[in-house]
Write a protein that binds this ligand. Structure first.
Ligand code: NIG
Ligand code: FE
Length: 405
């Protein structure tokens, strides 16, 4: 006897990924059928059989769990004063150059002990779960020293054991430069000390760098990321967020799984991403929050570059964790369809974090499924301020949720 059966409803999913071009707007729709789940997996669709439990999802929308493939979820403190400063005219870069920005969160995060960081992060994860996030990538990057970067990764790994989501850890030691030592010295510590320890202790799957004017140059980013590759880490890069800074241009050199942000990719960058089969990760909440330029999502569709969308949740540029809100913003800012945005937040996001057995509703995929209190997928971005998620099934386990009926 199998564990669980979901009956009825409108199932909306996509072909296996990464999905690109017009296929991103071609959802696979199944109506009035059923999904059979056993031992955490989808074992059959449209077949009958006895199960221990049944959920009646008639008249509901059934979609894969959201995968938030870019977050900075572990941090202490908050930056609402900076938010006000920006509204009064200061730029994100100006605030950073005066020691605020990322460095102010570094100060707060260094001071916080592991237990405090775990408690703060766990609350955020539970909130994200109630909005349908079943898998989430989390970066370090608010430590900027061997000791505190490792502390952050230990927290992220501890959360893996206790949280409802699947968590993918990323080492982002190169998020800024600490003020107490020189640039070269810090890069040396990342390369010679941090990367070997992270890898030896299995603390991260990915390595990331903030490649931007005033932070890590194209050459510095290449050196650090290639060292990660040498040690077996997968690569992603914060690229071309505030200006065309060369980040996407190194995609093929560093074998980038993802290039993230991409408001200003150059032609060379687009070609490099195509050559490497890189997935673009677009972050619409950040664009809105920093009054930035929307990434050229339509261009990526035309070029056949698959893209994912994510929250970029962090205290400086995106205080947003709710994926339905991110999906709504993506549609509005990039003028993409609800189907494209759903594809970008499920199957393509799964590939963006190396969780290829998630992100879709098909046989053999892990059973991460949302049952939503609406009739079709267009309603998710349309009602973007509402939580329509009624039930989250994570790894086949039936979790009853909020009263969103
Ligand atoms: O992805 N761009 C770099 N890192 C974050 C912002 C971090 C912060 O401001 O604290 C981002 O937007
Ligand atoms: Fe980021």
């Amino acid at each position: 006897m199998n564990d669980l059966k979901i009956i009825g409803g409108r199932i909306v999913t996509f072909q296996d990924g990464p999905v690109s071009g017009s296929c991103m707007d071609s959802p696979l729709v199944l109506e009035n059928t059923n999904i059979i789940i056993d031992d955490g997996h989808i074992v059959a669709i449209d077949s009958d059989g006895r199960t221990r439990e049944t959920i009646d999802a008639s008249e509901k929308l059934i979609i894969p769990g959201f995968i938030d493939c870019h977050t900075h979820l572990v941090f202490a403190g908050s930056r609402e004063d900076e938010f006000e400063k920006r509204l009064r005219g200061a730029s994100y870069q100006k605030i950073a150059s005066e020691g605020g920005g990322i460095l102010s969160t570094v100060e707060a995060t260094r001071k916080a002990d592991k237990k405090t960081l775990v408690v703060l992060a766990k609350k955020r994860l539970d909130y994200a779960f109630s909005w349908g996030t079943t898998t989430i990538e989390i970066k370090s990057g608010y430590g900027l020293s061997q000791e505190t970067e490792i502390k952050m990764l230990e927290v992220i790994n501890e959360l893996r054991e206790t949280s409802l989501q699947t968590i993918v850890p990323t080492f982002l030691g190169a998020h800024e430069f600490p003020r107490e030592i020189g640039r070269e010295e810090y890069i040396d510590i990342i390369i010679k000390k941090m990367i070997p320890e992270v890898v030896k202790r299995g603390l991260a799957r990915f390595i990331d760098v903030f490649c931007e004017e005033g932070v890590y140059s194209k050459d510095e980013s290449t050196r650090i990321l290639l060292e990660g590759v040498k040690h077996g880490l997968l690569t992603r890069i914060h690229a071309d967020e505030l200006a065309s800074s060369g980040g996407s241009e190194i995609a093929s050199d560093i074998k980038a799984v993802t290039c993230d942000h991409l408001s200003y990719p150059s032609e060379k960058g687009i070609n490099s991403m195509k050559k490497a089969g890189t997935i673009a990760v677009l972050l619409p909440a950040t664009t809105l929050f920093l009054s930035g330029k929307p990434a050229p999502a339509k261009r990526f569709i035309d070029e056949g570059i698959p893209f994912a969308i994510a929250s970029d949740f962090n205290p400086g540029s995106s205080p947003v964790l709710a994926m339905p809100l991110v999906i709504g913003l993506a549609c509005l800012l990039y003028k993409i369809t609800p189907g494209e945005a759903l594809c970008a937040s499920t199957i393509n996001a799964a590939y963006a974090v190396g969780e290829e057995d998630r992100g879709g509703i098909e046989e053999d995929k892990k059973a991460d499924i949302l049952i939503c209190n609406c009739k079709n997928e267009k309603e998710i971005p349309y009602w973007f301020g509402f939580n329509l998620i009624e039930c989250v099934i994570k790894d086949g386990k039936f979790k009853k949720l909020l009263d969103n009926k």
